[in-house]
Design a protein around this ligand. Structure first.
Ligand code: GLY
Length: 375
């Protein structure tokens, strides 16, 4: 039986592209990618975790479905440490050594680290080569593979070096999510919940009902959750590609998250999506304290995350955390701070997020102090 595939178009004029979402897309990647090729030549970059599971089947599908195809592959070490200058320059030099040209396609097979790094390599290689994202984590499928943000980390901070470079196609194969450890799946789910919280209350209602089943493996639920998330992101990106306004809403929960990630050393203590979920709960609590939404709203956010078995409170993060002042300081170093003012994405209710500048520091400090004390 052919499984259902949803297609979401990212409407960016001459740079528009499709995000194809469904189970089994990896097995027919050749047929999906073939229309983009000007000659039968591809380079694939992956990491050793993803490569072990998915590289050979992908290469087999591509070579079986594209006559005369030559494929080169590069496998990088898995992990956030890869997303820096050394592996980036290694990738670019490798693509040049493989004589990948502007008419060719570079494929990023992996999670957010690979997608961001390979997208940036494609952006600068010969002043811009087309690339295809094949995201293998839930987080990459619903967020980082769509929208053209590419880049690497610097010693000065995360994602500080990069380019907007839209992919030519995204293939989100939801069957590969079956191979994810539950913790990674749930971390990605933090970004899924974020879409409901920022702009679609009915989607959040649906997640409250169906979330546990889709976390348990329900394919139809996963398809809908990924497709709706991508649809929301595609709409926002099409209206505000370079984050002059509305795109900032995608950062709901992220100012808190970035401070917590910095405080935990970007380690296994807190995955990015876990930080986003905790950050969303804190953003709703902050909104309630500022009188912007009813207290029931943060309670509902927390109840759903709890029902999903996710981290919700600061006490769910193992080990010591810095005090409220230090966390506030880490937020002030977030790159989204403009003119020295703290900027938050707040909400007037579930599905009603907006950008708020000049949030009183004292309220944020009080919120963090209470959260650290478990109040
Ligand atoms: N991950 C946020 C964005 O793509 O804008």
């Amino acid at each position: 039986m052919t499984e259902a595939v949803e297609t979401v178009n990212v409407a960016l004029g001459a740079r528009a592209y499709d995000v194809r979402i469904g189970a089994g897309l990896l097995d027919r990647a050749g047929a999906e990618v073939a229309p983009l090729l000007r000659r039968p030549r591809l380079a694939i970059v992956t990491d050793d975790n993803v490569g072990r599971l998915h590289l050979a089947p992908l290469v087999a599908a591509l070579t079986a479905q594209i006559p005369g195809l030559t494929v080169s592959t590069l496998t990088l070490p898995a992990g956030e440490a890869t997303k820096g200058w050394p592996e980036f320059s290694r990738t670019v030099e490798w693509l040049l050594a493989e004589r990948i040209e502007r008419r060719d396609i570079v494929v990023a097979l992996g999670g957010g680290v690979i997608g961001d790094l390979v997208g940036f390599a494609a952006a600068v290689l010969r002043r811009g080569v087309r690339f295809v994202q094949i995201p293998t984590s839930l987080l990459a499928q619903v967020d980082s593979s769509v929208g053209g943000k590419t880049g690497i980390n610097s010693t000065h901070g995360k994602n500080l070096v990069g380019a907007f470079h839209q992919p030519a196609l995204v293939l989100a194969d939801i069957a590969v999510l079956d191979t994810l450890p539950s913790r990674d799946f749930l971390a990605g789910y933090g970004e899924v919940a974020k879409y409901g919280l920022l702009g679609d209350a009915a989607f959040f209602d649906w997640l409250e009902r169906e979330g546990p089943a889709l976390a348990g493996g329900d394919r139809a639920g996963r398809l809908k959750a990924v497709a709706r998330s991508v649809e929301m992101k595609a709409g926002i990106v099409a209206r505000d590609e370079t984050e002059e306004g509305e795109r900032a809403l995608l950062n709901l929960g992220h100012t808190f998250c970035h401070a917590l990630e910095a405080a935990t050393g970007y380690s296994d203590r807190l995955l990015h999506g876990e930080g986003v979920a905790i950050g969303c709960a804190l953003a709703f609590e902050l909104s309630a304290r500022l009188g912007l939404c009813a207290q029931e709203e943060p309670s509902r956010v927390r109840a759903h995350l709890r029902a999903m078995g996710m981290k919700v409170d600061l006490s769910d993060i193992p080990g010591e955390l810095p005090d409220a002042d230090e966390l506030l300081q880490l937020m002030a170093q977030d790159k989204k701070v403009q003119d020295g003012r703290l900027r938050f994405i707040l909400a007037r209710g579930i599905g009603q997020a907006f950008v708020a500048d000049d949030v009183p520091g004292g309220v944020v400090r009080g919120l963090l102090a209470d959260a650290l004390a478990g109040r």
